[in-house]
Design a binder for this molecule. Structure first.
Ligand SMILES: Cc1cc2nc3c(=O)[nH]c(=O)nc-3n(C[C@H](O)[C@H](O)[C@H](O)COP(=O)(O)O)c2cc1C
Ligand code: SF4
Length: 437
């Protein structure tokens, strides 16, 4: 390191500041990594070698702890920066879950850091500094710490951002990174459903100049994100995204009607109806409840079987086990969480195992009779005693199309209503279709 710093400095002279990123906390105690004290030494050595600033990182890919996922509170790693600042005089910078300008401002004014490095929040919104400087913080597209951007790199895929579909298309005006071009013809659009797909669609279409009305059945906007935000601890990232989308709708003139169930007759008078009211849950047994019901605080903890082990099933198991339910996940595939980002999945499985959740893969529910759930299982059949069965099996809403088409000249399905998938699929699909209208 000393030779590298000195070699570069010798080449570039004094006009270019030369800094180095070093790990301030390795989180590798289980495999003999540097201790925090040893890590501090590396910063001192860098300063002595002539580094003009240091950038602090936390953990390595091998660290068996969460570092940048939602369960790590924003600002959690700032004490590491404070320790580094105590041992060096050169400027210290750090990213790692410093997600808002307000938090960065506090850290800077306390002297925890000298510069706010910011990675994912600026992938989500490269205009973050400008918006913050102009007092438009509420317009910042908030990063939800999902790490889709990161994981795409591991799979050698072009980078994508869940909350910003324009990523990678900044140079293509029709993608509307700076502003969406106005549509040649103004259309009247009805959007059914105020979840992420509906909100994203409505805001994007309205920005193109269309007249948009959105109907949401429940009293609150957010759809599946409202439930997802209750699953594990976070700093409200998912709800911040809902607030942002709602703000986008309001700023672009969408008429938002909440607490208003939509019926096919409502489509009359509109040029286009967009069904974005989420997936439908399949009940393998009439007694099975749907996820929304499983989040009711009035449910008494007992033995619960979650049917379906993709992301929704995993989330339900996390939530119910946190409430003291004894949970079993029943999944037909050989493993659970196939659609969950690997940054989260390893930890979710760790938590589920710690809480004693049974993960029954290769299993299919057969019969539910008087609290006994019979399963087909690789070893034959097996019965589980259950107090509650919750379905996490989703299907699209294409069966509803015909009823709407009787009243509407054009009907589109968007998001989970079109095909149940992950958040980024819904948001991107809604944006892509709406921007081309
Ligand atoms: C898509 C992506 C690529 C990254 N590539 C690098 C890299 O090449 N080198 C590096 O030191 N850190 C890299 N990082 C880590 C970031 O620099 C940053 O330390 C991390 O995302 C935590 O900061 P944040 O909470 O502001 O995102 C990358 C992060 C992302 C999301
Ligand atoms: S993909 Fe997810 S983690 Fe990455 S910048 Fe976008 S919202 Fe943030």
């Amino acid at each position: 390191m000393v030779e590298v710093i000195q070699g570069i400095k010798a080449e570039v002279g004094d006009k270019v500041p030369v800094g180095i990123r070093l790990c301030g906390l390795e989180l590798l105690d289980d495999r003999g990594g540097n201790t925090p004290e040893e890590s501090l030494e590396t910063f001192k050595i860098a300063e002595e070698a002539g580094a003009d600033y240091v950038s602090i990182t936390i953990g390595w890919h091998e660290s068996a702890r969460s570092v940048i996922t939602r369960d790590v509170p924003m600002g959690y790693w700032l004490p590491v920066a404070r320790r580094v600042k105590e041992v060096v005089k050169i400027p210290v910078m750090m990213a790692f879950r410093i997600f808002t300008p307000e938090l960065a401002e506090e850290a800077l004014s306390r002297g925890d850091i000298d510069f706010w490095e910011v990675c994912r929040p600026m992938i989500a919104d490269p205009q973050l500094p400008k918006k913050a400087a102009e007092g438009r913080e509420h317009e910042i597209v908030p990063c939800v710490a999902c790490n889709l951007c990161f994981s795409r790199l591991y799979y050698h895929q072009p980078i994508m951002c869940t909350v910003r579909p324009t990523l990678g298309h900044e140079g293509e005006p029709e993608w509307g990174y700076r502003a969406l071009p106005k549509a040649p013809r103004r259309r009247k659009i009805l959007v059914v459903g105020g979840g992420p797909a509906g909100l994203q669609f409505a805001a994007t279409a309205a920005k193109r100049g269309h007249e948009v009305v959105l109907l949401e059945r429940s009293a609150e906007l957010g759809g599946s994100l409202l439930l997802a935000s209750k699953v594990e601890r976070s700093d409200g990232e998912l709800l911040r995204f809902v607030s942002y989308l709602k703000g986008e709708c309001e700023r672009s003139g969408v008429e938002l009607l909440v607490g208003r169930e939509a019926y096919p007759k409502d489509a009359e008078g509109f040029d286009l109806t967009v069904l974005a009211h989420g997936a439908r849950y399949l009940k393998p047994f009439p007694e099975a409840i749907i996820p929304k019901e499983a989040f009711s605080p009035s449910l008494t903890p007992g033995r619960a079987a979650v049917i379906g082990g993709e992301g929704v099933g995993v989330a339900l198991a996390l939530y119910l086990s946190s409430r003291g339910f004894q949970v079993a996940i029943i999944e037909e595939a050989p493993r659970i969480g196939r659609d969950v980002n690997p940054f989260y999945l390893w930890r979710y499985i760790q938590i589920l195992k710690k809480r004693g959740v049974q993960i029954l893969t290769g299993s299919r529910p057969l019969v539910l009779d008087q609290g006994k759930l019979l399963l087909s299982h690789p070893g034959g059949e097996r019965a589980l005693e259950v107090d509650l069965v919750i379905t996490a099996l989703r299907e699209d809403r294409s069966s509803e199309l015909q009823a709407w088409m009787a009243h509407a000249p054009q009907v589109l399905l968007v998001g989970d209503a079109r095909r149940p998938r992950r958040l980024h699929n819904s948001v991107h699909e809604a944006y892509r279709i709406a921007k081309d209208l």
